[in-house]
Design a protein around this ligand. Structure first.
Ligand SMILES: NC(=O)c1ccc[n+]([C@@H]2O[C@H](COP(=O)([O-])OP(=O)(O)OC[C@H]3O[C@@H](n4cnc5c(N)ncnc54)[C@H](O)[C@@H]3O)[C@@H](O)[C@H]2O)c1
Ligand SMILES: O=C(O)CC[C@@H](O)C(=O)O
Length: 466
C-alpha cells in the first residue's frame, strides 16, 4: 500500500477555551485556510463554533450525491455529516486534505472507518446526546401501538369516528424485549419498567441490567418471550438483516416490532407478511433501507419497492428517521389521560438535542485540528497531552503512522537533538498515533522536523501545530 502523506501545520490553540494567539511567520497555513464542509443541516451551534475558530465553513442542508461529494471533499480539511452521507472508501480516497470527519449523530455506519483510519483521518461522533430522545420515542410508540393510536388518529382526520377497544391493551404487565442494551437500550429499560413493563434484553456482551431487567442468552429466546421487541443495535455485518422471516416467526403471535436503529436491520417484506396475516399486531419503523437525501415527497415505491404494501398495513407507525427529534408528554388531568405526541422538526427539546450534538462534535473537530487530540475518536488511537503553556517556542508534533516495529525509535532519533517535553503514543490495529511537545525549536527546526518525520517509511500523516 502506498503511504499517502497528508500534511498540515496549523496554529496550536494554547488554552482549553480555544482563544486565539498570533500566528508565527513561518507557518504555511493559518486557521483561515482550514476549510470545513458541513452537510445535512448541521445545527447552527456547530457552525458557529467552527466559524469562531476562523475556519472557512460551508454548510449545505442536504446530503450530496457521490459525484458532487467527491468534487467538494477534495478541497476540505474537515467534513461534518449526519446519517445520509456515505463516506465510502472511494470518496475518502479522493479527500486528499481531509484530517477529520465529524458525524453529528450517534451512528457511524455511513463512514468507512477503516479507510479513514488508513488515511490518518480521525472520525468523531456524539455517542449519547440523543439517546434519551430515542428511548422516549420508543415508549410513545409502545403505547401508541398497544392502543392503535396511529390508526384512530388517521381515521378521525378522515372524518371517521371509530370507537373500538378490540385488541387495544394497557402496557402495564407486558414484556419488552430490547435487542442491543447500550446507551439507548438501557435508557429504554428504565423508562419501560417505570411504566410497569417486564424487561428482557439481548446483547453480544454481558452487561449490568438496569433495575430488574434480565439479560437472555439468545436472540430467539428474547423474541419468543416478548410482547414488544425493540431494536437498538448499530449497523454492522452481523446486524444487517438480523430480523427476517425466521426471526419474525419466532416472535409471539400478537406481538409488536419496533425499529429505530438502522434500516438495514429488519427485512421489510417478511414484516409486511406477518402484519397482513395477523401474526404481528403492529410495528413502528423510524429507519429504512433507503432514505431520501432531503425532505420532500420521496416516500414511495421508487425509494423502496414495498412502500405501498407497508402503508396499507394496519397499526403501523412510520416516522422519517426522527428518533432523536422526539418529544413525548403525558398529561394527567382529573381522571383523564391525554397522550400528546409532537412530531416537530424544530420545536422544544429537539433544538436541545441538536444543540448538544453541534457543540460536542464541533468541539471534537476543533480540538483535533488545533491540538491533535483524538480522545473520543471511533476509529483511531485515542491520545491527548495537557495544553502547551509556553507560548513561544514549543511545538506539537502529530505523527500518524503504520504500526510497524522500530518506527518510534527512528522518530526519537530525529528528535534526539531537541528537548521533548512530553510524548504519548498509542495504537489501534495497524494504525498508531504519536504526539510530542518539543520545546526551544526555531523556525528552521520546525521545517526540518516536519520534513524528516513525514518522510519516515511508516508515515500516514504528519502535522505540526504551534
Ligand atoms: N432513529 C434515530 O434517530 C437514532 C438515533 C440514535 C441512534 N440510532 C441508532 O441506534 C443505534 C444504537 O445506539 P446506541 O447509542 O444505543 O448504541 P450503543 O453502541 O450504545 O449500543 C449498541 C449495543 O448493541 C450491542 N450489539 C452490537 N451488535 C449486536 C448484536 N449482533 N446483537 C446484540 N447486540 C448487539 C452492543 O454490544 C451495544 O451494547 C446506533 O448505532 C444508531 O444506528 C438511531
Ligand atoms: O441525524 C441523523 O440523521 C441521524 C440520527 C440518528 O440515527 C443517529 O445515528 O444519531
Amino acid at each position: 500500500m502506498s503511504l499517502e502523506v497528508a500534511s498540515t501545520v496549523v496554529r496550536l490553540t494554547r488554552s482549553s477555551s480555544f482563544t486565539h494567539s498570533h500566528p508565527k511567520a513561518l507557518k504555511p497555513f493559518d486557521s483561515g485556510e482550514i476549510k470545513i464542509l458541513l452537510l445535512e443541516n448541521v445545527n447552527q451551534r456547530g457552525i458557529s463554533l467552527l466559524e469562531k475558530e476562523g475556519y472557512q465553513v460551508e454548510s449545505i442542508k442536504k446530503a450530496l450525491p457521490e459525484d458532487v461529494l467527491i468534487e467538494k471533499i477534495r478541497d476540505v480539511h474537515a467534513i461534518g455529516i449526519r446519517s445520509k452521507t456515505k463516506l465510502t472508501k472511494k470518496v475518502i480516497q479522493e479527500a486528499k486534505k481531509l484530517l477529520v470527519i465529524g458525524c453529528f449523530c450517534i451512528g457511524t455506519n455511513q463512514v468507512d472507518l477503516e479507510a479513514a483510519a488508513n488515511r490518518g483521518i480521525a472520525v468523531f461522533n456524539s455517542p449519547f446526546s440523543n439517546s434519551r430522545s430515542v428511548a422516549e420515542l420508543i415508549i410513545a410508540e409502545i403505547i401508541s401501538l398497544s392502543r392503535q393510536l396511529g390508526d384512530r388518529n388517521i381515521e378521525l382526520h378522515q372524518g371517521n369516528w371509530n370507537k373500538v377497544s378490540s385488541q387495544c391493551y394497557e402496557i402495564r404487565g407486558k414484556t419488552l424485549g430490547i435487542v442491543g442494551y447500550g446507551h439507548i437500550g438501557s435508557q429504554l429499560s428504565v423508562l419501560a419498567e417505570a411504566m410497569g413493563m417486564t424487561v428482557f434484553f439481548h446483547d453480544i456482551i454481558q452487561l449490568m441490567p438496569m433495575g430488574t431487567a434480565k439479560q437472555v442468552n439468545t436472540l430467539y429466546e428474547l423474541l419468543e418471550r416478548s410482547d414488544f421487541v425493540s431494536l437498538h443495535v448499530p449497523e454492522t455485518e452481523e446486524t444487517k438483516n438480523m430480523i427476517g422471516e425466521e426471526e419474525i416467526a419466532r416472535m409471539k403471535k400478537g406481538s409488536y416490532l419496533i425499529n429505530a436503529s438502522r434500516g438495514t436491520i429488519v427485512q421489510i417484506p417478511p414484516l409486511i407478511k406477518a402484519l397482513q396475516n395477523g401474526h404481528l399486531l403492529g410495528a413502528a419503523i423510524d429507519v429504512f433501507p433507503k432514505e431520501p437525501a432531503s425532505n420532500g415527497q420521496f416516500y414511495n415505491n421508487e425509494l423502496n419497492s414495498w412502500t405501498s404494501d407497508l402503508l396499507a398495513c394496519k397499526n403501523v407507525i412510520l416516522t422519517p428517521h426522527i428518533g432523536w427529534l422526539f418529544l413525548f408528554s403525558i398529561i394527567i388531568s382529573d381522571n383523564y389521560l391525554f397522550t400528546k405526541l409532537f412530531f416537530n422538526l424544530k420545536g422544544g427539546s429537539t433544538e436541545e438535542a441538536q444543540y448538544m450534538i453541534g457543540a460536542e462534535v464541533g468541539a471534537a473537530i476543533i480540538k483535533y485540528i488545533n491540538c491533535g487530540t483524538s480522545i473520543g475518536a471511533v476509529n483511531f488511537p485515542e491520545i491527548d497531552l495537557r495544553a502547551i503553556q509556553d507560548t513561544d517556542k514549543t511545538i506539537r508534533l502529530l505523527f500518524c503512522h503504520y504500526n510497524v516495529p522500530g518506527v518510534l525509535r527512528e522518530i526519537n532519533e530525529i528528535l534526539s537533538d531537541h528537548n521533548v517535553d512530553k510524548q504519548y503514543s498509542d495504537s489501534r490495529g495497524n494504525i498508531a498515533y504519536m504526539m510530542a511537545d518539543i520545546s526551544n525549536v526555531d523556525d528552521q527546526d520546525i521545517r526540518k522536523i516536519y520534513e524528516t518525520v513525514s518522510s519516515n517509511r511508516a508515515n500516514i500523516s504528519t502535522r505540526i501545530v504551534y
